[in-house]
Write a protein that binds this ligand. Sequence first.
Ligand SMILES: Cc1cc2nc3c(=O)[nH]c(=O)nc-3n(C[C@H](O)[C@H](O)[C@H](O)COP(=O)(O)OP(=O)(O)OC[C@H]3O[C@@H](n4cnc5c(N)ncnc54)[C@H](O)[C@@H]3O)c2cc1C
Length: 383
Amino acid sequence: MEKKYPYFTEEHDMLRQSVREFVDKEVAPYVDAWEEAGEYDMAAFRKMGELGFLGLRMPEKFGGGEADYWSIVLLFEELARSGCSGFTTAVGVHMEVAMPAIIHYATDEQLQKYLAPAINGESLGALAVTEPEAGSDVAAMLTTAVEDGDSYVLNGNKIFITNGVRSDWIVVAAKTDKDAGYGGITEFIVDTDTPGFEVSRKLDKVGLKSSDTAELFFTDMRVPKKNILGEVNKGFFQIMNNFVPERLLIAVGAYAGAELVLKMAIDYAKERQQFGKPLSRHQHIAFKLAEMATKVEAIKELSYRAADMYNRGLDAIKEVSMAKWYASEAANEVVYDAMQIMGGYGYMMEYPMQRAWRDMRIMTIVGGTTEVQKLIITRSLGL
Ligand SMILES: Cc1cc2nc3c(=O)[nH]c(=O)nc-3n(C[C@H](O)[C@H](O)[C@H](O)COP(=O)(O)OP(=O)(O)OC[C@H]3O[C@@H](n4cnc5c(N)ncnc54)[C@H](O)[C@@H]3O)c2cc1C
């Protein structure tokens, strides 16, 4: 039979089946417990490493699968079905933010030390760019790295760092030339057991409860020069390149999350009777569901188009920004409407709808806000 989406081969279908089995067995049953505990079980993360999921598109040389980007898309579509956006975010940051951050710029020695254990699930990675005074304006960061013999000495503070509490290594961006603006930033791979590294707070969030988010301090923390990632003073460009896979994954998470709540809303509307008939037989509700379904398909197609370009190695900066902002905003509209359809039950903590609503809210903020995506698009329009 002709496939709806031509991107997925039989090999992808088999991979999807094994990811689905993993999600049904190792993730979905634990969502409530992990959310309540404020962290997921590291055993599930390690299992993903054992199954070869964490390094799907990483080089074989370091234990990866060298698969294409569609394997990542299907992996995260299946993870999203669990309704555990916290775990999905933690894994997403490890696989599609921290790993890509090093893959293009690290030396073979660094990749052996950091990428290989990250692929097999023995170590957890993170990326620390955001600071209290430097969010959207990355170049305004204040953390400094001062050269001293065969090391750099880091001082400063990062905030909102996903996986920051439990990670083994973090790519940290710091100013190596305070007066050079974006041209004075360097990235370092930092071991979290280095003296001077401190997780000062685990932050309490509205959603993504099972994913940890940290505030970090670096006080006279010595990082050997061999831990410089890429080139000195080229960190800003490395960070910007790395935003592409991060944003693409957020777009995938947005439509996949919207697809899940759409299904919940349809099931509920068919079941719930008011005024003598199911909600779905009230034309306003049925039309609302039709609108939601259209939005889901539209943002999925937009994201697939960006994913296809990225997969083929084309410049997809504009398309990824378009997919990221539009998918995350539209997905929030879908989850808002889905909650409305469930009435008071949607607002109750005992139903998963409220979690989807809380978790979806962050999508328009992380990885560069909607406004930042529009700034990027305006540049491509020559404005
Ligand atoms: C749960 C969570 C996880 C995160 N994970 C990580 C992580 O792992 N690593 C990391 O480094 N960071 C992480 N972040 C940080 C995230 O990327 C930032 O929150 C985001 O980039 C926005 O920065 P800010 O919060 O400082 O907002 P600000 O930059 O202060 O922006 C505030 C508002 O002003 C708008 N704005 C800013 N500049 C402009 C402009 N020029 N024009 C128009 N509007 C503008 C913004 O769009 C926003 O609406 C995370 C954040 C959260 C909440």
